[in-house]
Design a protein around this ligand. Structure first.
Ligand code: ADP
Ligand code: MG
Length: 481
């Protein structure tokens, strides 16, 4: 690397540190970010070192995405961030301001980005202890080991995932039974697809005498291409076709990658024809995975297709309760409810928020409270607050003032109806990113000047009338929580 490039990376890193410091506060900064050492740039991937594995995992979970987006903003050279463990990193950092340890403990794995959390973690285990990672028979040369935390026991079952859970359990008990091959699990990000796949694998392995290969579609492609480059394609094919159970995670990655799809298709057929089990996950159903070859989509839909739906409030509470209990740190039910209300899309984020609270409480030696929660998760929650919709605002305001929802868009001008309508417009302007004309359209096709008038009028009234100001604040609070 040319010296000027190194310097520019260092400058970028300093700026990123400054920004993170202002975002996360001093305590968290010192605890986590300051432990990071800048490593080398490997193509478009910047390596960051942490001295301990748990620090690395924590930083990855809490700040991984943020680090990546900050790097992308700061430096055109960097597209990905790779977090690695290097015991010497801390010493190097304190001895000298130019860290970059010369011999990282992990081999370069440029295809694994920090986004592929489970893969990267598993890969590290693979490289540090190739034969003992899961105890059972896993093809380490081919697949990545399974994460022992992702068991059926640790999976909280509720309405949205009970069908997928049952299918997964069935396949774990009776692999390759008719009607369940392939098992196709699909659903949004962070809803437990990878967890269920690992659970199946762990259960199968615990009974022994069965070979299970799990890998992301990304890794499948990487291995496939690597085998072509090293002219070991036959070996790759044979290895793949010798497993009893093949699991490919995040199949949507293969969209647009035609030769890899083709290879997967052949592997798929060979295995199913030989009576082996295939398990696939994706973010959409086979029929919605446009961009996959038709014949592959057809075959994927031939077995059991199980959808994991978005979580419900009840499921989120159950998951939080289970995780809080497992952590051993008391978390008040009010805090769990608050989190389950605020973070609705993704279990991974929910889990991340809870972990952050618990770590913070341990760190400062104070119990978790609603106040500390709001404070610690400020930045994280802000991102969720922006999602209030005009429909929700109309509903809440109508409920609050005891008027009909249809009156939000009706032509009635009686004050009992018109004032709440104006308040709803005011809140729509404040809490959403909609423009005045867009808001007007949602309120019975009113003109944007009507909306502007409403916004001004409510601001004025709030100054004159504390009762009204209080109502509006209460509504805002309810909508944001
Ligand atoms: P996906 O693969 O669907 O994106 P993951 O399986 O990686 O999601 O799940 C994200 C995180 O949320 C994991 O840590 C997982 O253990 C956890 N998780 C998801 N669903 C559940 C559940 N029902 N019970 C317990 N943990 C869950
Ligand atoms: Mg996954």
């Amino acid at each position: 690397m040319a010296p000027s490039e190194t310097d520019s990376l260092k400058i970028s890193w300093l700026r990123i540190c400054e920004r993170l410091k202002s975002e996360v506060g001093d305590v968290e900064y010192r605890m986590w970010i300051q432990r990071i050492t800048l490593g080398p740039l490997d193509e478009d991937e910047i390596v960051l070192y942490l001295p301990e594995r748990f620090l690395r995992d924590w930083v990855r979970a809490q700040y991984g995405q943020r680090l990546q987006s900050l790097w992308r903003e700061e430096s055109p050279l960097v597209q990905h961030v790779e977090l690695r463990v290097d015991k010497k990193a801390q010493r190097a950092a304190s001895a000298d301001e130019t860290p970059a340890p010369s011999e990282p403990t992990m081999p370069a794995r440029s295809n694994i980005s920090i986004m592929a959390k489970e893969d990267a973690a598993a890969l590290e285990r693979e490289s540090s202890s190739p034969s003992h990672s899961t105890g059972g028979e896993v093809r380490n040369d081919l697949a990545v080991p399974l994460d022992r935390r992702f068991t059926f026991d640790n999976f909280v079952v509720g309405k949205p995932n009970e069908f997928a859970y049952a299918c997964a359990g069935r396949v774990a008990d009776h692999p390759a039974s008719p009607g369940f091959n392939p098992l196709f699990l699909y659903g949004g990000v962070g809803l437990g697809k990878t967890h269920l796949m690992h659970a199946i694998g762990l259960k199968l392995i615990s009974r022994g005498n069965i070979s299970v290969a799990y890998m992301s579609a990304e890794k499948f492609m990487y291995r496939f291409i690597a085998s072509m480059q090293s002219k070991s394609q036959m070996e790759f094919k044979e290895q793949l076709r010798s497993v009893d159970v093949l699991m490919i995670d995040d199949l949507q990655f293969l969209i647009g990658k035609n030769s890899t799809q083709e290879e997967f298709f052949h592997t798929f057929n060979a295995l199913v024809d030989a009576g082996r089990q295939i398990i696939v996950s994706a973010d959409k159903s086979p029929s919605d995975l446009s961009g996959l070859e038709d014949r592959l989509r057809t075959r994927l839909g031939c077995g059991m297709v199980a959808d994991i739906h978005a979580t419900t409030f009840e499921l989120r509470i159950s998951i939080l309760e289970a995780k809080a209990k497992a952590s051993g740190t008391p978390v008040p039910p009010k805090v769990l409810e608050y989190l389950a209300h605020k973070i609705t899309t993704n279990v991974r984020e929910l889990e991340g928020a809870l972990n952050r609270l618990i770590a913070h409480a341990d760190l400062v030696g104070r119990p978790v409270t609603l106040e500390s929660t709001q404070d610690v998760l400020k930045d994280m929650l802000k991102a969720h607050e922006r999602r209030v919709t005009i429909d929700e605002i109309q509903r809440k305001v109508a409920e609050h003032f005891n008027i009909r929802l249809t009156d939000m868009s009706s032509a009635r001008r009686a004050r009992a109806v018109a004032r709440p309508r104006q308040i709803a417009m005011f809140l729509a302007k404040q809490l959403t990113s909609r423009s005045l004309p867009e808001i007007g359209r949602k309120f019975g096709n009113r003109d944007h000047t009507t909306v502007m008038h409403a916004v001004n009028r409510v601001s004025e009234l709030m100054e004159q009338d504390p009762g009204l100001a209080e109502s509006v604040e209460l509504l805002r609070h309810m909508l944001e929580s």
